[in-house]
Design a protein around this ligand. Structure first.
Ligand code: AMP
Ligand code: MG
Length: 325
């Protein structure tokens, strides 16, 4: 684990050029990066994470990288969205030019690209000056990492270099937006919300998988974000049931924690709380950190969904349901 400076960046460049992996901070979660032009380096990502081989990776670029080297057919609405939100937590899926190795997109004819805003991510990407393929830097299915320590905890000595940029401010993965159609379509919700996109692009769809359809964002079909302890999830309206379960656990000698936002915590008396914070951005920023804290201290995490379910909370609820549902 090293802070981002001249020495660590030059080491990062050397490691990537030799086909190995570097973990780096972004404004959403930590990424596990490899040279997107190097086949064996990209397959090392899948092996190291235990990631299913049909779940494609996002390519990370510095803000001055010419993306027309990698993708084709960028629609006008995507240019407007790029001007409005990039660098930032928005991943855009375009038709691929086939320049990066096929394993990045798992053989799809599209490529997901992202320009992160975190200054350390930009410094790293600028220094190495190649497209860096990177999923979140956690063991597949485990909770995503929002500190360098989380990355270390998952991989121990297996990652040669973790660039330490402190705690990620965003906290949930980027919004994934399909930009291959006439209208942009949210494949995974995140901090750039559907409303924010619609305000710039005029309209925005949201992908909901229909029965029997081939999934458009393969990552969606997998179990994700699971803490290594028992979990339960209650709707806000059922929060007193959550408290009842908490008391039952206490009686059985099981150490339960209630994970909820600050408004809900006020109704939970003296129960042990994993506090997600006061507003939607705070809740997103704290979610993975509290899930990882929970698996350390609790036999069971009893999550209560926030009352508000729009905007950024759409993305939070998507993760919370997969983690604790
Ligand atoms: P992760 O990097 O672990 O946050 O996951 C990346 C997400 O982006 C997954 O949900 C992938 O399915 C999605 N993704 C990556 N590339 C593509 C692509 N070419 N088309 C659609 N979704 C993609
Ligand atoms: Mg991930």
């Amino acid at each position: 684990m090293l802070p981002v400076d001249g020495r660590s960046l030059s080491l990062a460049k050397k490691i990537l050029s030799e086909g190995r992996l570097v973990a780096f901070p972004t404004e959403t979660v930590y990424g596990l990066g490899a040279d997107a032009f190097n086949d064996s380096a990209v397959s090392l990502i899948y092996r190291t994470k235990g990631r299913p081989s049909d779940n494609p990776l996002i390519v990370h670029l510095h803000k001055d990288y010419d993306i027309s080297r990698l993708v084709d057919g960028i629609p006008d609405y995507a240019r407007a969205l790029s001007a409005a939100f990039l660098p930032g937590p928005l991943t855009m899926v375009y038709k691929s030019r086939g320049a990066v190795c096929p394993a990045v997109s798992c053989g799809l004819d599209t490529l997901a690209v992202r320009i992160p805003s975190h200054p350390c991510a930009q410094a790293f990407l600028k220094y190495v000056d190649i497209p860096v393929a990177a999923p979140s830097a956690n063991i597949s299915k485990h909770v995503s990492p929002v500190t360098a320590g989380h990355v270390y905890d998952d991989f121990k000595g297996k990652i040669e270099l973790i660039l330490d940029g402190g705690k990620c401010s965003g906290g949930i993965e980027s919004t994934v937006l399909d930009c291959t159609g006439k209208v942009p379509c949210v494949l995974r919700s995140g901090l750039v919300t559907r409303d924010m996109i619609a305000q710039v692009a005029g309209e925005c769809d949201e992908y909901i998988m229909k029965d029997g359809e081939r999934v458009r964002s393969p990552g969606m079909k997998y179990k994700h974000y699971s803490p290594r302890c028992k979990t339960a999830l209650f709707a806000y309206a059922d929060r007193m049931q959550a408290l009842r379960l908490y008391r039952e656990c206490d009686c059985r000698g099981e150490r339960a924690y209630i994970m909820c936002d600050r408004q809900t915590a006020a109704d939970m008396g003296d129960a042990r709380i994993l506090d997600l914070g006061g507003d939607e951005r705070e809740v997103a920023a704290n979610l993975y950190d509290r899930l990882r804290e929970g698996e350390r201290v609790a036999d069971m995490i009893i999550a209560v969904a926030p009352l508000k379910q729009d905007g950024v909370m759409v993305g939070v609820m998507n993760r919370l349901t997969k983690a604790c549902g």
